[in-house]
Design a protein around this ligand. Structure first.
Ligand code: CU
Length: 444
C-alpha cells in the first residue's frame, strides 16, 4: 500500500516535470504536501477501504506532517530535481580554446584570461539532452539485411532523451583544458534547485579548494546555494587526465550527471600526440518511457560515452601512422573494460598522471574503475574501421532489448577508431589486400 502511494506521488511529480520540459506552461506545481492534503478527504477514505490500512501500518508519510511524532517535516521535498517555471541561462561555450583534445560528441569549453589567471565558467543546471537519435528508417534500409538475412533481421534502435543535470547546457559538462603550471579560476554558478559544489577529483590543491562541501564540521566550506556563485582558484602543478564532479549530495547529483573531464597538458611534453581524444563513461537507469534517470537503481539500462550512446557517438578518425591518445574517465558506479580491435596499446597514464615509460604496459583492453582515468597511446599503423567499446557486453545493449555487435545497430558504449589508409586505393575489407605486421619504428 505504501509502495503504491509512493509510486503515485512519483508519477505525479514526473508528469509535472515532463510538462515543463515539453514547454507546457505550468500554473501550479503539485507537491507532495498538496497530494497528502488532498488525501485527507475522500481519497484517503477510498484508499483505506480498498487497502484496509490499520493504525499499525501508518507511517509518518501517510499522515499530515503536523502529526509526525518527531515534528520533522517529512512530506516536503527539500531537494527537488527541477523548479517549475524557472528559466535557465544559456551559457556560451566559446572563448579562447586550447583546441587539442577532442571530447567525442561534446563541444569544448573556452576560457578568458584575467591577468595570469585562466578563468573558466561552469553553470550547473538541469538539462534535457538526447542520448541517442536512434536509427532512422533510411539508415535501416542501408543495413545489409537482405535476401536470406531478412529471416535473421533485427529491431531498429530508438531515440532517447534524458532530463539530467549538467554544466553549460550539456551533460556531462565540457572538458576543461589547461597547462601544467597554469593558475586557474573556475566560477561555479548554481542554477540547480538545491545546494551544490564542484570537487576537483585527483587534484593536489589547497584543502579549501577541494570542493567537498557539506554541513559536516570537517568540510572546508558550505555548498553553493541555488542562485549563488562561488570561485575556486588554484595552481596546477600536475599533468594528466583528471575529473571534476559535484561534491555535495553526490549520489543524486553525480547520478544525474554533474561531472566532467579536466585535462592538464604537461609543460614539457616528451613527444607529440597527433590525435587526442577524451571520453567520460557514465551509466543510467530509466523506467520505460521516462526521461528521468532512476538514481537509486544500479542496473544499467543505458551506458554512455560523453552522454551519448551509439550510433550517436562521434567516430575517432585518424590517419594511418598518426600517434593517438585516448583518455577515458569513469564516473559511473561500475568498472568498464574498454577494448580496441586490431591493436595493442600502452597504458600511459592514470588519474595520478603520466606513467613513466619503463612502467607502462601493453594491453588490448583497459579496465577503468569508478573514480579513475586511464590514458592509452598507440601508433595507428593498422588501417580499418575498428570497434572500440566496453567489454561488459551488457553495456553495448541499451535496455538489453536485443543482441549487440553486428546484429542490432550499435548501441551503448560503442564507437569506432577509423584509421584512414595512407594509400587511398587500399581496401581494408578486401581479404586479398596486402597486409604485414608493423615494424618496430611503426609501433614506438
Ligand atoms: Cu561497461
Amino acid at each position: 500500500m505504501l509502495t503504491n502511494l509512493a509510486n503515485f506521488c512519483y508519477t505525479e511529480t514526473l508528469s509535472t516535470i515532463f510538462q515543463l520540459w515539453e514547454g507546457t506552461p505550468i500554473k501550479k506545481t503539485t507537491t507532495r504536501r498538496d497530494f497528502f492534503r488532498a488525501l485527507t478527504g475522500a481519497t484517503i477514505a477510498t484508499v483505506a477501504t480498498a487497502g484496509a490500512i490499520t493504525a499499525a501500518e501508518k507511517s509518518p508519510l501517510n499522515v499530515n506532517e503536523s502529526n509526525t511524532s518527531s515534528g520533522m517535516d517529512l512530506t516536503q521535498d527539500q531537494f527537488p530535481r527541477i523548479e517549475a517555471g524557472r528559466e535557465y541561462s544559456i551559457p556560451s561555450l566559446m572563448g579562447k580554446q586550447m583546441g587539442t583534445v577532442n571530447t567525442l560528441s561534446q563541444p569544448p569549453l573556452g576560457y578568458e584570461m584575467d591577468g595570469d589567471v585562466k578563468v573558466f565558467k561552469l553553470i550547473a543546471q538541469p538539462v534535457r539532452v538526447p542520448i541517442t537519435k536512434g536509427t532512422t528508417e533510411a539508415e535501416r534500409a542501408n543495413l545489409r539485411i537482405k535476401g536470406p538475412y531478412k529471416k535473421f533481421s533485427s529491431r531498429p534502435t530508438y531515440p532517447k532523451d534524458m532530463i539530467a543535470w549538467g554544466y553549460n547546457g550539456i551533460c556531462p559538462g565540457p572538458t576543461l583544458e589547461a597547462i601544467e603550471g597554469d593558475r586557474v579560476r573556475i566560477i561555479l554558478k548554481n542554477e540547480t534547485p538545491e545546494p551544490t559544489s564542484i570537487h576537483w577529483h585527483g587534484f593536489e590543491l589547497p584543502y579549501a579548494q577541494d570542493g567537498a562541501a557539506g554541513y559536516h564540521r570537517f568540510n572546508a566550506h558550505l555548498p553553493v546555494l541555488p542562485g549563488d556563485t562561488r570561485e575556486y582558484e588554484f595552481t596546477l602543478y600536475q599533468s594528466g587526465t583528471l575529473l571534476y564532479h559535484t561534491g555535495f549530495n553526490v549520489m543524486k547529483q553525480d547520478g544525474l550527471g554533474l561531472s566532467g573531464l579536466f585535462v592538464i597538458h604537461p609543460k614539457n611534453p616528451t613527444h607529440k600526440i597527433d590525435k587526442d581524444f577524451a571520453i567520460l563513461l557514465q551509466t543510467w537507469n530509466f523506467s520505460p518511457g521516462n526521461p528521468n534517470p532512476d538514481i537509486t537503481n544500479m542496473d544499467v539500462s543505458f551506458a554512455t560515452f560523453n552522454g551519448k550512446t551509439a550510433p550517436d557517438i562521434e567516430m575517432m578518425n585518424v590517419n594511418q601512422g598518426e600517434r593517438v591518445r585516448i583518455r577515458i574517465g569513469n564516473l559511473s558506479l561500475s568498472p568498464h573494460p574498454i577494448h580496441l580491435h586490431g591493436y595493442t596499446f600502452n597504458i600511459v597514464g592514470t588519474t595520478g598522471g603520466p606513467i613513466k615509460e619503463s612502467a607502462q604496459w601493453p594491453e588490448a583492453t583497459v579496465n577503468v574503475p569508478p573514480g579513475t582515468t586511464r590514458d592509452i597511446e598507440f601508433i595507428a599503423w593498422n588501417p580499418g574501421t575498428w570497434r572500440f567499446h566496453c567489454h561488459v557486453l551488457h553495456h553495448i545493449m541499451n535496455a538489453m532489448t536485443d543482441m549487440p555487435m553486428g546484429i542490432a545497430p550499435d548501441e551503448g558504449m560503442f564507437t569506432h577508431l577509423n584509421v584512414i589508409p595512407k594509400e587511398p586505393n587500399y581496401d581494408p575489407k578486401d581479404p586479398n589486400s596486402p597486409w604485414q605486421p608493423p615494424t618496430t619504428e611503426e609501433t614506438e
